[in-house]
Design a protein around this ligand. Structure first.
Ligand code: 6MZ
Length: 365
């Protein structure tokens, strides 16, 4: 018991890089309940029904996507988007995440006067209102860095977290809507947006629908990460591997041939242990494909996916790797440090992160 506690604390103290975190999947339960109560009081929803859903029943893949429908009802107005962004960043920072790529789907919502652009402005406002830690949103040589976030709080001794944004294309979207998202990412590249993600319910939509937008992003030089193999869609898995994005999420249902191809391409994988076990993408923690990729020295990084939805944290994911696969502290540290090489941010920031890990490594291992 004592050993478990000590290891858990060590995993919290470990500086960590989070590369796969969906904004709306990372919202605190307490915030969701508060928002549901407010909408319940207004008569928009029945609070008691929603409460039980939020307080964890099943988390199968289809249930997750039904839940996201509910989450989006609760969170999709500008002020709430700002609030959840602030809270999510604070929560990651509190467990020593030093670099965070948050991904979110820009949303049009006419009833709320919301466009994809205004949604993203609300996200960025959320980053600017974080007070508990210093949020660093720009590379130091970019124009925007002349007004660092820290000016708002003014305290340079605060903990620092580097935050970057990825814009998600939802698989339900049309080709035109997906192209809008890529163009928006380009427009907002001076505001912390550095990449594109393809996500959403894996049994919905066709690869050919998003391909023009993903190719456009590639032409523009925007780094791309794609959810791959959450279900066994052979044609799509093959097409995704052929497309060869900068990173892949999940890679659960690959057959032997696809597995060999992934390994030969050396595409870094965002590993989401708890998420995959809960949604059935992996049969158990013990049989998770992390072990195979890790033993093969395939580039990978541990991630949470949806820390709120799955009641996990990045520290917990590191702890699970230690307790399930027997990695030592030195090996866990190496795993966290290696993730620096797969961030979408530029070389200068990578250098800062490498230095940070060098410094902290002497104390932690
Ligand atoms: C695929 C997922 C996901 O974008 O509204 N999302 N897509 N697989 C998953 N595994 C469980 N978890 C989350 O955050 C919520 C959205 O992220 C995607 C879904 O499109 C979901 O609606 P945002 O901030």
């Amino acid at each position: 018991m004592e050993a478990e506690k000590e290891m858990r604390e060590w995993c919290v103290a470990l500086p960590k890089v989070e590369l796969h975190a969906h904004l709306n999947g990372s919202v605190r339960d307490s915030t969701l309940l508060e928002l549901a109560k407010q909408l319940g009081d207004k008569g928009d929803i029945v609070f008691e029904d929603v409460k039980d859903v939020i307080m964890k029943n099943g988390r199968s893949l289809p249930e997750c996507f039904r839940l996201f429908e509910l989450y989006h009802i609760l969170t999709t107005d500008h002020d709430t988007v700002t609030r959840i962004t602030k809270e999510v960043v604070e929560d990651f920072a509190m467990e020593n995440v030093v670099y965070l790529e948050i991904r979110t789907t820009p949303k049009n919502n006419e009833a709320k006067g919301m466009t994809k652009r205004s949604y993203m402005n609300a996200v960025i406002k959320g980053l600017k209102t974080v007070e508990a830690v210093e949020v660093v949103l720009f590379d130091s040589n970019s124009r925007a860095d002349k007004t660092p976030m820290s000016e708002l709080g003014g305290d340079t001794r605060k903990m620092k977290i580097y935050v970057r944004l990825l814009l998600s294309i939802d698989r339900r979207e049309t080709t035109l809507a997906a192209l809008d998202t890529v163009n928006l990412a380009m427009e907002m590249k001076d505001q912390g947006v550095i990449g594109i993600d393809l996500s959403g319910n894996p049994v919905v939509g066709e690869w050919e629908t998003y391909l023009p937008a993903l190719e456009h992003a590639k032409e523009l030089g925007i780094p791309i990460t794609i959810h791959c193999g959450e279900v066994a869609n052979r044609n799509e898995i093959r097409a995704v591997l052929d497309f060869c994005p900068q990173r892949l999420g999940h890679v659960c249902c690959l057959n032997d041939e696809e597995w060999k191809k992934l390994k030969s391409l050396m595409i870094p994988v965002e590993i989401c242990l708890t998420s995959n076990v809960m949604t059935g993408g992996a049969p158990s923690l013990e049989l998770h494909h992390f072990a195979d990729l890790y033993n093969a020295k395939h580039p990978l990084s541990l991630c949470t996916d949806d820390s709120g939805l799955f009641s996990t944290s990045l520290s917990n994911e590191y702890y699970l790797v230690a307790s399930t696969f027997g990695l030592s502290k030195a090996e866990l540290f190496q795993l966290a440090q290696d993730a620096v090489e797969f961030v979408f941010a530029g070389d200068e920031l990578k250098r800062s992160l490498r230095e940070l890990f060098e410094r902290v490594g002497k104390e932690l291992t």
